[in-house]
Design a protein around this ligand. Structure first.
Ligand code: ADP
Ligand code: ZN
Ligand code: ZN
Length: 723
């Protein structure tokens, strides 16, 4: 067969796709093996081209075409091409991010998982064929059908199954055909839930893009609204994508959806093996999965019968990828909805200011749930002035007695402190020495069990010194408190009370998070201490008190988004209280009880907080009233990064249109990290279009900069954090 020219997205940090020769049956969406420099890489064909790009003389043939049919559909590629343009990110890396690792490496697309089904009129095996009996009994116990892996692992299992097949006792079928059973009926929705579900349901039926902001206080039954909206599309054999910001929230979502729907509900997240991920991805692409629940990168999963996208906890900053291809899965979900004509629901108790603004502008339909579902009430929020109070490992006496009261009543209490480790700072009281990381501009955190200092930014560890390394004094102290320190104080005060600490350290071991959450849910752990891992989405019916140990964190941050994130975190953690029959209370320790932000939070009214915050943003022309891009650069040599950004700055200034502000390069708030010097250049614009046009002209100059090799640089569109 004759050849044609194709342009291939190759996973390298270069912006363009590369031209190769390929057989004519090699089409857009096909994976191909190509020679690139001295390496062989797996790329994806983006398009068929008429002629090679100017200046390219020798065109290499692809080394192999993988798979018979293209792996990616046109609509999946439309989304990826949009991402590469919008985020100004190398197209090959965008494609690579959208594929599970094994497919990215060129392995074959997994076949549908096969199962074994018991035949109704099956003859009985001979009485002495005990291994056959074991498998048949297990199949019967599983409701007549199971995958081989789910059957007892007896010796020679595969051979025994084959002989059952030959004797006409079982048949093979696709595992996806297993009809799951719904066990929990839907509750009767209240009026607001009903109206919301109706609006979304109509959009699903219309099969057009529409965006909804489902703005419902914690515990208002947003998940029930999703379920109601999913009902008809699942019955019609369509597919839905449900995104959650982090792995920890997936088990409960999956459980609820599986209880509700007699349909295949599967998940994709980074905690799975490569093989599992590839299998789920392949099943989703084949249309065999009804509801796919996943974290950030699941937004790219091909779903041919997609009819609804739900972004749960849509305000969460975890939707934004923090390095490399810095996409925001919430925004990609919206774009996917637009491209595919599918409605998108953004759910949150504390919507991002951007989303609220979009709702105010009429771009999203604003659906509100103002009341908690069932009999539960929203908790009362009190500010506790700690200015004149002594703190015992971060906790004041009034907080400790409030906890004591709750424990006496047999209820649960939760202490929230968004800092792990024992103490964030170790210092010498005789001189000025502070334990800091030599490779980052940051203090080392004390971790108590092993008397270890750890840098939370680069992972460096060191033994905690017994004497000051500078002056030799024994007067070393730990300042501030983290989860371990609060836990130690609580254990001292409340010996014998079941306790669970939930942070990244305590949950590193696989299964540890599930075990701790189970203890919290069952009430076995009456006292809970944790970071934001504990703040989101969880439902502890016995929880009567939430104590926020540090209400000042985030009040005076340099980042203009800090107040928004603080308000969201505090209201989310507050929302854990009083979800059952018990009334809930929230106490926030602060040394600034008069601060207007805290005052507004104490009223519990996020809407009030948000409209004040939006006013401030408008005045400063910050997003959503302006648009930002951040050019980041880092280098081992202290001069290279600022020099690179200085050249970028001059180039940008030369092409910037009116209404675009190009700021001078600045050191990043954390100027050094893991031994590299970090700088950034901020570009702001009143309109999105001119900002993207500027970047479109600027970036080719930066790629061509001969000194660019000395720095690592990247573009961050709609940056969420300056760190
Ligand atoms: P959210 O997602 O808004 O936090 P959930 O959907 O988890 O809220 O609902 C909170 C609790 O209220 C859950 O236990 C849920 O089963 C219950 N619930 C939700 N809607 C109703 C309803 N209409 N009637 C009774 N209980 C409900
Ligand atoms: Zn000292
Ligand atoms: Zn460090």
């Amino acid at each position: 067969m004759s050849d044609h020219l194709v342009s291939v997205a190759v996973p390298v940090p270069m912006p363009q796709a590369f031209c190769y020769r390929a057989p004519r049956d090699c089409l857009p969406g096909h994976r191909v093996k190509v020679g690139f420099g001295r390496r062989t890489l797996v790329g994806v064909v983006v398009e068929v081209v008429k002629k090679p790009p100017p200046g390219v003389s020798t065109i290499k043939p692809v080394k192999a075409v993988l798979g018979d049919a293209p792996l990616l559909t046109d609509s999946a590629m439309d989304l990826l091409n949009w991402c590469a343009r919008y985020y100004h990110h190398p197209v090959g890396e965008v494609y690579a991010a959208a594929l599970p690792a094994s497919l990215r490496q060129g392995q074959v697309l997994p076949e549908p998982e096969r199962a074994w089904r018991l035949l109704d009129d099956a003859p009985s095996p001979a009485a002495n064929a005990s291994r056959q009996h074991v498998l048949l009994d297990a199949l019967r116990a599983a409701g007549g059908m199971a995958t081989a892996d789910a059957l007892p692992a007896i010796a020679g299992r595969a051979a025994v199954l084959r002989s059952l097949l030959e004797r006409g006792m079982v048949e093979r079928c696709e595992a996806a055909a297993t009809p799951p059973v719904a066990t929990t009926p839907a509750p009767t929705l209240n009026a607001e839930q009903h109206a919301a579900a109706q609006a979304i349901g109509q959009a699903v039926a219309a099969g057009d893009f529409a965006a909804f902001l489902l703005d419902g206080v914690t515990g208002s039954g947003k998940t029930e609204v999703y379920c109601a909206a999913l009902q008809s599309l699942v019955a019609a054999g369509q597919q839905a994508l449900v995104l959650a910001p982090e792995i920890g929230l997936i088990p409960q979502l999956i459980t609820r959806l599986r209880q509700r729907f007699a349909a295949r509900v599967e998940t994709l997240h980074s905690g799975q093996t490569n093989a599992e991920r590839a299998r789920v991805w392949a099943d989703a692409r084949r249309g065999d999965i009804s509801i796919l629940v996943g974290t950030r990168s699941a937004v790219f999963t091909p779903l041919p019968k997609l009819a609804l996208i739900v972004v749960d906890e849509s305000h969460d900053t975890a939707y934004k990828q923090g390095d490399g291809f810095r996409y925001n899965a919430r925004d990609v979900a919206l774009r996917r909805g637009q491209l595919m004509g599918v409605p998108v629901v953004l759910g949150s108790a504390t919507p991002s200011l951007e989303s609220l603004h979009n709702a105010q502008q009429g771009r999203y339909t604003h659906l509100r749930l103002r009341q908690r579902a069932g009999a539960a009430q929203l908790p009362k929020i009190d500010l506790l002035d700690t200015t004149n109070l002594q703190l015992f490992d971060g906790l004041s006496e009034p907080i400790i007695s409030a906890i004591e009261q709750v424990l006496k009543q047999g209820a649960q209490a939760l202490v929230f402190i968004n800092r792990r480790g024992y103490a964030p700072t170790v210092l010498c009281s005789s001189c000025d020495w502070v334990a800091s990381c030599g490779r980052c501009s940051a203090h080392m955190t004390l971790h108590r069990q092993r008397r270890e200092l750890r840098c939370h930014h680069c992972g460096r560890t060191a033994r905690a010194p017994a004497q000051c390394p500078d002056c030799g004094s024994d007067d070393l102290g730990a300042a501030g408190a983290g989860t371990q320190r609060v836990e130690a104080q609580l254990r001292k005060r409340f010996p014998g009370i079941g306790m669970a600490r939930i942070d990244r350290d305590s949950t590193r071991r696989s299964g540890a998070l599930e075990a701790a959450l189970a203890d919290a849910a069952s009430g076995k752990a009456q006292l809970l201490v944790g970071t934001q891992m504990l703040a989101k989405g969880h439902d502890f019916a016995g929880l009567a008190l939430v104590a926020v140990a540090d209400g000042d964190q985030g009040l005076f941050g340099a980042d203009f988004r800090a107040p928004e994130h603080m308000a969201q975190t505090i209201l989310q953690v507050a929302g854990r209280a009083g979800r059952g029959a018990r009334a809930g209370r929230v106490v926030i320790q602060t040394s600034h009880p008069e601060h207007p932000l805290l005052q507004r939070l104490a009223s519990g009214d996020y809407g009030r907080f948000a409209s004040a915050a939006l006013d401030e943003r408008r005045e400063a022309a910050f997003p959503p009233y302006g648009f930002q891009a951040l050019l980041r650069a880092e280098s081992v040599d202290a001069q290279a990064a600022p020099a690179f950004l200085k050249r970028a700055h001059d180039a940008a200034r030369a092409i910037a249109a009116a209404g675009i502000e190009v700021w001078a390069p600045n050191p990043a708030p954390m100027e050094r990290k893991a031994g590299r010097w970090r700088w950034q250049l901020q570009i702001e614009a009143k309109q999105r279009g001119p900002l993207h046009a500027l970047l479109g002209e600027l970036l080719p100059q930066l790629y061509a900069d001969p000194q660019a090799r000395r720095v690592r640089w990247s573009v961050d569109i709609d940056p969420q954090s300056m760190i």
